[in-house]
Ligand binder design. Structure first.
Ligand code: OGA
Ligand code: MN
Length: 358
């Protein structure tokens, strides 16, 4: 599903790959090792900014060439692209309260077993990762007991062998670390890249693993997705959320150009919500050779991809974690309570995307 990061001569790169490289985070070569690495400047003048498009549309009804206003009785302006039918952009459609709720859920409840995350293949299911990271705990691999009797099946699913990992206080972990593998919970949280809700997507076989145990998508998230999907649904039909993928991005993380082609019915939209740091989203065409369009995605923005737009390559080559570009001050203020310190620390340098499918 996700494009390979194959490096090569620019001449053999696809148009999509070239644009990804243009916006990706690179650092300046600096001779001194003492200086903090500086990100390379990128030219953002061609990136569509639906926040400012929305502001000038509200003021004087003007739109840039190629952008259309979608009339559908929604309580906020919705925009589309002339040459990408089925693509909808709803700037700032989630309130700050909604953003905070889904950020909390994405970090605490969504990655809980039986939902799967990218960590499953290595560690098996991990419970309470966020709390463990907050408490400074360390994940320790238990020494194997080879008597074969003491096998708790649930502890070893995922990696298929008898390695078990458990969280310990730092000092205990340090002692155990002499003989066992250890990894701080904060490192695992930083390396959390995805979790799946509802029907579990099996990334190794690129399909929905209907037999895997799963929790239903929470009702509140279903209701929200239904409301957001409406502009892209045929009149009288309701969106039925069945699966969701939560993507977590840290500085330098990217989502390579891909198609979401595993769902049976492409006429149903994908509802994609953004939280945290601002990002660049690329919307290409049906071929990787088509020049993609770049646009900013901010916390609270919602994208819908239905119809023809579902057949278009897309990806996220960049997130902005610096204060000026991240644009998360209102969110930071919401997480200013001491109890929310851990959410604040996380979201300051991260982006979360909830991607809901039928
Ligand atoms: C996806 C996806 C886009 C985003 O998860 O398939 O396209 O904005 N995500 O992170
Ligand atoms: Mn996608």
């Amino acid at each position: 599903m996700y494009g390979s990061d194959r490096a090569g001569d620019d001449a053999e790169l696809t148009a999509f790959r070239k644009t990804e490289k243009k916006y990706k985070l690179y650092y300046e070569n600096s001779k001194s090792t003492k200086k903090k690495k500086q990100p390379k400047q990128v030219d953002l003048s061609e990136v569509l900014d639906f926040k400012s498009i929305s502001e000038s549309f509200n003021q004087n009804g003007e739109l840039p060439p190629g952008v259309v206003h979608v009339n559908c009785g929604f309580d906020r302006p919705i925009f589309g692209l002339e040459n990408r039918p089925g693509f909808y952009f709803i700037p700032g459609s989630l309130t700050l309260d909604e953003q905070c709720t889904w950020i909390r859920e994405s970090l605490t409840n969504f990655p809980q077993p039986p939902n799967r995350t990218n960590h499953n293949v290595i560690y098996g299911p991990i419970s309470n990762l966020f709390v463990a990271a907050k408490e400074g705990k360390v994940f320790v691999e238990e020494e194997r007991s080879d008597n074969g009797l003491d096998s708790e099946p649930s502890a070893s699913v995922g990696n298929g062998d008898s390695h078990r990992w458990k969280f310990y206080e730092e000092d205990i972990a340090r002692a155990r670390g002499k003989t066992c593998k250890t990894v701080p919970a904060s490192v695992l949280l930083r390396k959390l890249r995805w979790s799946t809700l509802g029907l579990q997507f099996d990334w190794s076989n690129r399909n929905y693993a209907v037999s895997l145990p799963h929790n239903k998508i929470p009702n509140a998230l279903c209701r929200l997705a239904k409301r957001m999907a409406e502009p892209a649904m045929p009149i009288g039909e309701e969106f039925r959320p069945e699966a969701a993928i939560v993507n977590y991005f840290g500085s330098g993380d990217t989502l390579g150009g891909h198609l979401d082609d595993m769902e049976a019915d492409w006429s149903k939209p994908i509802v994609s919500m953004s939280f945290g740091c601002k990002a660049i989203f690329l919307l290409g065409g049906k071929s990787r050779q088509d020049e993609p369009l770049a646009m900013f995605l901010r916390s609270g923005d919602v994208l819908l991809m239905a119809g023809e737009a579902r057949e278009c390559f897309h990806g996220v080559p960049r997130i902005f974690t610096d204060e000026e570009n991240a644009e998360i001050t209102p969110l930071e203020l919401r997480f200013s309570d001491e109890d929310d310190r851990c959410f604040l620390d996380y979201i300051r340098t991260s982006r979360i995307n909830i991607n809901i499918r039928q």
